[in-house]
Write a protein that binds this ligand. Structure first.
Ligand code: COA
Length: 254
């Protein structure tokens, strides 16, 4: 089996299920460039492994991910298509095999936008999600300016993407972003059960069905990611966004 090149990303194969785990709890599973690359490579390896039928994304017991590592936003504010985060976005956007997410604790920024590329999402009732881009002086990424309104409609998407407040998994389920909000301890076993169920079905039929479900979105997602990147990069380099990032990083030192 392919091995992960990052110590904070683990690959496990459970029958036909490829489990990708984010494991950096001391930093709330914030994603670095190396972690994005390992995630992207994991998705691609799973997609081309004939033994794998389903990909399952998870974090740790009390955290999915707090999103992009803010240190990277400060050290490398210029974003372009070469970035590891974009490789990850493209990998999940174009995965042929079903993607399932098991969310505990919190899912912020790309922690929430990656769920929009998943086919089934299970989250803990006590978890929260957040699309905080405007609060950080930024704009949506990972195709979320296209996917959020297509999942839940314009007004709900505007509520989440313009105001940027935290929202519960229960609300996310009402808005169509989460399939089921469950007790925290049930989330991973339940998601794994669904993954095994899906893995036991005829693979070609499942993958063809996924392709048919997503075929109209593929081009629009790529175009959106490209357009978002130009704007995200411009905003990230603004004094306003940089001041917000610096304030977060300074906060921990006081
Ligand atoms: N990038 C870098 N470091 C992060 C991080 C992130 N996205 N999220 C958390 N951390 C770090 C904290 O700096 C802290 O590090 P320290 O122990 O060295 O000081 C550690 O993880 C624990 O986080 P802390 O803030 O103390 O925990 P909390 O429970 O009080 O708050 C969050 C958790 C996730 C709500 C808060 O850390 C947060 O707002 N993080 C930033 C989220 C964000 O803006 N992500 C970018 C989205 S585009």
């Amino acid at each position: 089996m392919t091995t992960s090149n990052d110590p904070h990303i683990h690959y496990t194969k459970d029958s036909g299920v490829f489990i990708l785990q984010i494991d950096r709890p001391e930093k709330k599973n914030a994603l670095t460039a190396g972690m994005y690359l390992a995630l992207a490579e994991g998705v691609k390896a799973a997609d081309s492994d004939s033994e794998v039928r389903v990909i399952l994304l998870r974090g740790t017991a009390d955290c999915f991910t707090s999103g992009n590592d803010v240190n990277d936003f400060v050290s490398t504010p210029e974003h372009n298509t070469e970035r590891p985060s974009v490789a990850f976005m493209k990998a999940i956007a174009h995965a042929r095999k079903p993607l399932i997410a098991a969310v505990n604790g919190l899912a912020i920024g790309i922690g929430t936008t990656m769920l929009m590329h998943c086919d089934l999402v299970y989250a803990a009732k006590d978890s929260f999600l957040q699309l905080p881009f405007t609060r950080l002086g930024l704009c949506p990424e990972a195709g979320s300016s296209f996917l959020t309104p297509s999942i839940m409609g314009h007004q709900r998407a505007s509520e989440l993407l313009l105001l940027g407040d935290r929202f519960s998994a229960t609300k996310a389920a009402q808005y169509g972003l989460v399939n089921e909000a469950l007790e925290a301890t049930e989330v991973f076993p339940y998601a794994l059960g669904k993954a095994r169920e899906l893995a036991a079905l005829p693979g070609e039929a499942v993958q063809t069905s996924k392709h048919l479900l997503k075929r109209n979105q593929s081009e629009a997602i790529d175009e959106t990611i490209a357009l978002e990147l130009v704007n995200f990069s411009r905003l990230l380099q603004s004094p306003e966004a940089q001041a917000i990032m610096q304030a977060f990083l300074a906060r921990k030192k006081t």
